[in-house]
Design a protein around this ligand. Structure first.
Ligand code: 0O2
Length: 254
């Protein structure tokens, strides 16, 4: 069934190729289709984990830590560009070995605390291994960019084998996402060269947004603590809040 499907999808491509290049190019295309399937599957695994955590929180605490999820598999062109930048020849094996962000999941959270709660709960799962963590919230980038980046390894069970796949998980608030999306568009529209004035204005916006995020966090905490009747839960969240404020290393390899 698998072979039939591949032949059906790639047959028109094969006919366009010169006879001597057919086998080599078709092999690469098959490999690439398998790569794409593997990373799409890993994304599905990670999104399911996140959706389950989110719905459990809603059931237990009447609060959704996750506002929404986004995902993407890196395009062949971006994979090629990134390998070129690193001076690595293009192949599916090299891409799998060298790139951590072929599969990307973006978790957009309601509050800053939610970011760390989601990150802790996800990385505490038995079949999730934390490979790398970069905290651009405690340590924003010079342009004002804020997000928590994790690279995790998660298993994908295929018909004949289990593959351990790296997925980059970016976790940020709605406000951080708003800023990053517009900043990305502006950079793209200005052909990657942002004037000093625009850069400063973007940075100012990032600071304003960060302070609003903190205010919203404080409001939510105060409102919640005032209404909460469960001492263990209050204690649990207080501990997490202290954890959020703890100094942590900016970038760690695990
Ligand atoms: P796309 O299309 O979003 O995937 P490493 O992977 O560790 O070798 P890298 O790639 O610099 O190093 O990783 P890092 O620092 O974790 O950031 C990678 C991704 O974070 C970017 O992906 C963006 O999605 C996001 N990001 C990082 N800095 C910024 C920023 O200043 N502004 C915005 N808007 N997003 C940022 P890609 O590869 O750029 O593209």
């Amino acid at each position: 069934m698998k072979e039939k499907q591949k032949t059906f999808e790639l047959e028109p491509v094969q006919q366009l190729l010169p006879a001597d290049a057919q086998q080599r190019v078709m092999d690469q295309l098959y490999q690439f289709m398998e790569l794409e399937h593997l990373y799409e599957s890993a994304i599905r695994e990670v999104k399911t984990k996140l959706e389950i955590l989110d719905s459990e929180f809603k059931t237990k605490y009447d609060h959704n830590p996750i506002h929404h999820l986004e995902d993407r598999v890196k395009s062949p062109q971006s994979i090629l560009e990134k390998l070129n930048r690193k001076g690595i020849p293009f192949s599916c094996d090299n891409a799998k070995r060298e790139l951590n962000d072929i599969a990307g999941v973006r978790v957009v959270c309601n509050y800053i605390d939610d970011i760390y709660t989601v990150a802790d709960l996800l990385t505490a799962q038995d079949d999730v291994k934390l490979i790398k963590r970069k905290d651009y919230i405690q340590n924003p980038k010079p342009n004002g960019y804020r997000s928590l980046h994790l690279v995790i390894e998660t298993p994908v069970y295929l018909s004949e084998k289990k593959e351990l796949v790296h997925v980059e998980v970016q976790i940020r608030t709605i406000a951080m996402n708003f800023w990053a999306t517009l900043e990305h568009d502006l950079k793209y529209k200005t052909d990657s060269v942002v004037s000093a004035d625009l850069a400063q204005q973007l940075k100012d916006c990032a600071e304003t947004i960060a302070s609003t995020d903190q205010q919203m966090q404080d409001l939510s905490w105060t409102t919640f603590a005032a209404s909460c009747q469960q001492p263990e839960l209050v204690q649990y969240l207080k501990e997490r809040r202290l954890y959020v404020n703890d100094a942590i290393n900016f970038e760690e390899d695990y």
